[in-house]
Design a binder for this molecule. Structure first.
Ligand SMILES: Cc1cc2nc3c(=O)[nH]c(=O)nc-3n(C[C@H](O)[C@H](O)[C@H](O)COP(=O)(O)O)c2cc1C
Length: 342
């Protein structure tokens, strides 16, 4: 069982923070498919402090637990204030992002930028831990370094050892460098070495991230590296079934673990996800938001390219329903099956 402080996960995987995707709608869909824990997308401390829309977006649904609220910031006092706000909103875990490779974030000395300035990173980690009540675990998201230099590696270990010394409950390590962004492989060997060195520290868990596309990848990472749990990121966008399949693998049902979702299952999820998104963002914003999900969901469909095109044109819930009727009904898929496509 994976642990995060006082929290026990009944499965060794979770949904990653994914900016622009992992809102409450995506998280609730994931949970309904067996995901035991989720991280929000990175929230800017200043947005929480300023109140208004940023704070409103951080509010939680009762069904959306256990959850980590992920924070990004550049100043210890501000990020500590943000952490206090998230704790007050009922987040079960507070996660600090030291990993984001996006240029405009790094330029403001946030996210992945902090991997190259260990003193600043440690001040931030310390301020957050102090601001959060003891019973709420703090965690951190890191990359394996800024780049492949020896200095970057030294900086990583300085920060990582501080994470443990400060009483953080877990670290999720993405096996790519900040410079790599998302290009090239995640270095699982780095995770393996990390677990060999720090995997037995009491009260501290190491989670792995990078190149998890299937349920089998989750368990391959655990087997090859020894991480305590695995963060599922791009592999679960438009694919909540990765969690069902991972649960199937846990119970030894190899067949179910590779069984693709049926058209009916896809239809149910597509409708549910859109309705949740509408409730969260309003119909217009949900229409925009769901297009990019539609493109990913379409990959499960026998005529995915045509379906993706149809999703791109969606503006409203009724447009979305029309795509479902056109492509996800028995009338639409029976001819495909007869032609041997479905
Ligand atoms: C579009 C996108 C947005 C992301 N946003 C976040 C984020 O807000 N917080 C975070 O910790 N990681 C974020 N990540 C990184 C992922 O959580 C994960 O570490 C990374 O994608 C590597 O895993 P993968 O190769 O299995 O996708 C993001 C990744 C992508 C592709």
């Amino acid at each position: 069982m994976a642990r995060i402080g006082n929290l026990t996960l009944d499965a060794p995987f979770f949904q990653a923070g994914l900016a622009g995707y992992s809102d409450a709608a995506m998280r609730l869909v994931a949970r309904r498919h067996g995901c035991p824990y989720a991280v929000t997308e990175a929230m800017l401390d200043q947005f929480l402090i300023q109140g208004g829309k940023g704070l409103k977006q951080a509010e939680l649904d009762d069904a959306d637990h256990p959850i980590a609220g992920q924070l990004m910031g550049s100043h210890p006092l501000e990020i500590a204030q943000g952490a206090g706000i998230l704790a007050g909103l009922g987040y079960d875990v507070i996660d600090v992002n030291l990993a984001c490779p996006v240029k405009k974030i790094r330029k403001k000395s946030r996210g992945g930028h902090l991997m190259q300035v260990p003193d600043e990173a440690i001040d931030i980690l310390q301020a957050v831990r102090q601001a959060v009540p003891d019973h709420i675990p703090c965690t951190v998201k890191l990359r394996r370094g800024t780049d492949d230099s020896a200095q970057a590696e030294a900086n990583f270990f300085t920060i990582f050892e501080a994470v443990i010394a400060l009483g953080y409950a877990a670290a999720t390590v993405h096996g790519r460098t900040v410079e790599q962004k998302y290009i090239g492989p995640s270095r699982w060997a780095f995770l393996k070495d990390l677990v060999a060195r720090y995997g037995d520290m009491p009260g501290f868990s190491i989670f792995g991230s990078g190149d998890i596309w299937t349920a089998a990848d989750i368990f391959a990472m655990i087997e090859q590296t020894g991480v305590h749990a695995v963060s599922v990121a791009r592999g679960c966008i438009g694919n909540p079934w990765v969690f069902t399949q991972a649960r199937a693998l846990m119970s030894g049902d190899e067949q179910a673990a590779t069984r693709p979702p049926t058209i009916d299952q896809q239809r149910d999820v597509l409708l549910n996800h859109f309705e949740l998104s509408c409730a969260l963002h309003g119909e217009k914003a949900a229409g925009m938001m769901m297009r990019k999900f539609g493109i990913k969901f379409a990959r499960h469909h026998p005529v995915g390219d045509a379906v993706a095109k149809a999703f791109i044109a969606v503006k409203s819930l009724s447009d979305w329903r029309a795509v479902l009727d056109a492509h996800y009904s028995a009338a639409a898929t029976e001819p495909l099956a007869a032609a041997g496509v479905a």
